[in-house]
Design a protein. Structure first.
Length: 161
């Protein structure tokens, strides 16, 4: 059992799959979940990784096996753990976001693919030493063949590098 440390506040409240790269969200921290100094020093980082619960995904839609990524029949049928789909067994998501502002009880970020009200489970600073060397990233061809409408991974990658 996990207790959220905050909630996402954004203007994205409905079904949205793509173009998250420019979305600005505010993570409002729950009273009593963090001490005031928990955010101290976070303003020195350009990016954070936000772990959040995909609470808007109905439990009945959870995939425990395989499927075509993005329900595209032209993509191979692969296991749910081999894709970044939201209908995951525990509905946990992780996104690297750009830090815009750090407040006393909030964090403003760009590029968080979470709906308004999503529970935030944890936040970690992004350290370059923990990122893989881009020359050594390997992924299947189908993951590139989504006409550029995915989360905007290209935008995200440019933000990180």
């Amino acid at each position: 059992m996990l207790t959220p440390i905050g909630r996402v506040r954004s203007n994205v409240t409905g079904q949205k799959e793509d173009y998250w790269g420019n979305i600005v969200s505010v993570i409002e921290f729950e009273k009593g979940q963090l001490d005031p100094e928990a955010l101290q020093g976070l303003e020195d980082f350009s990016h954070v990784e936000v772990l959040f619960h995909l609470s808007d995904v109905p439990e009945s839609s959870i995939e425990r096996g395989g499927r075509h990524p993005r329900n595209n029949p032209n993509s191979p049928n692969v296991g749910i753990l081999a894709q970044r789909a939201k209908a995951r067994p525990n509905r946990i998501a992780a996104t690297i976001c750009q830090v815009i502002a750090v407040g006393q009880t909030s964090l403003t970020v760009r590029g968080l693919d979470a709906f308004d009200g999503s529970p935030v489970l944890d936040i970690k600073p992004v350290l370059s030493e923990f990122l893989p060397d881009k020359a050594h990233i390997r992924q299947p061809q189908w993951s590139h063949e989504n006409d550029g409408t995915l989360f905007s991974q290209r935008y995200l990658y440019q933000m990180i590098c």
